[in-house]
Design a binder for this molecule. Structure first.
Ligand SMILES: [Fe+2]
Ligand SMILES: [Fe+2]
Length: 215
């Protein structure tokens, strides 16, 4: 069974978005939600520790296949620890199905708990910090006015930035409604409200500043 301390070697400490801090929080959330929901804790916690291990770090070309690469990496790590094939496959399903924008849906309880725990970490005060940190990592502004096209379809106009506010409208605003397990849904309500308040306030202040005389 991989341990939290072992996972430290697979993640960066200095990445505020997908670094070891994210893994420690998702591991703790999986512990809480998984016990409340009756999940297989070995499968769930191994998946929590390994779910972003490959392809998530700043400077890598694209995060698009990080769930697939992390699932492969998990297979090697767990096989090296003598895990049975069937349990490795169960962990790999959790990892492949943890993304918000993906085809493989979480169909086991353990995959649903990991999905929920990972999403709880993008809302609340931590969610604010991560959204802003990610925008800075990818050299995008914290706020840009979304186009009418983006608001209607989620597609940006040519040259339109993908600001943290765009990410909020596109993804973060809906998080509490996509969570699956009752335990996670209970935990999400206050975090979602905090995140919504932050981005509403940010947009109001940014829009207000455009009409203010410069000082
Ligand atoms: Fe991920
Ligand atoms: Fe994650």
């Amino acid at each position: 069974m991989p341990r939290l301390e072992q996972a430290r070697a697979w993640y960066r400490e200095d990445d505020a978005v997908h670094g070891f801090g994210h893994i420690r929080r998702v591991h703790a959330l999986c512990g809480e939600i998984g016990r409340a929901e009756g999940a297989d804790m070995d499968i769930l916690l191994a998946a929590a520790l390994l779910h972003d291990a490959q392809g998530s770090h700043p400077g890598e070309n694209s995060r698009d296949d990080h769930h697939l690469r992390s699932a492969q990496f998990a297979g090697k790590v767990l096989a090296g620890m003598g895990w049975a094939e069937e349990r490795i496959l169960a962990v790999q399903h959790c990892i492949r199905a943890h993304r918000f924008r993906d085809e493989e849906q979480p169909h086991t309880l353990e995959a649903q708990v990991l999905f929920d725990a990972d999403k709880l970490d993008v809302i609340g005060a931590v969610g604010v910090v991560r959204a802003l940190a990610y925008a800075l990592q990818i050299s995008q502004p914290v706020f840009a006015e979304p186009s009418a096209r983006f608001l209607q379809t989620g597609q940006k106009e040519p040259g339109e930035p993908h600001s943290a506010y765009h990410e909020y409208l596109f993804k973060l605003k809906k998080i509490s409604s996509v969570l699956i397990t009752p335990a996670a849904r209970r935990m999400a309500a206050s975090r979602q409200a905090f995140l919504d308040d932050f981005f509403d306030e940010l947009a109001a202040e940014m829009r207000g500043s455009e009409s203010m005389p410069s000082i």
